[in-house]
Ligand binder design. Structure first.
Ligand code: ZN
Length: 81
């Protein structure tokens, strides 16, 4: 993962939501009560706004100091170009 200079300065990065893969929407399995059924109902797939990113497709993550140090080390060693 690479970060822009602004992201590094602010310590927060926007990354593609891992939950919905950037779609912003996702199929959730919802329990639907079915009183006629022998046992409690069924699960139905329903497309809803992603709960993790609230439909934006991106989530903010904090860049930890540990990660910053790793990036600095990589840059110093010349691994990133
Ligand atoms: Zn999402």
């Amino acid at each position: 993962m690479t970060f822009s200079e602004r992201e590094l300065r602010e310590g927060v990065a926007l990354v593609t939501c891992p939950e919905c893969d950037g779609e912003g929407r996702l199929e959730y399995e919802i329990a639907v009560p079915d009183f006629g059924a022998y046992r409690g109902g069924e699960l139905q797939g329903k497309i809803m706004d992603c709960e993790m990113c609230e439909g934006y497709g991106e989530v903010e993550v904090e860049i930890t100091e540990e990660e910053l140090q790793i990036i600095v080390q990589l840059e110093n060693s010349g691994s990133i170009h």
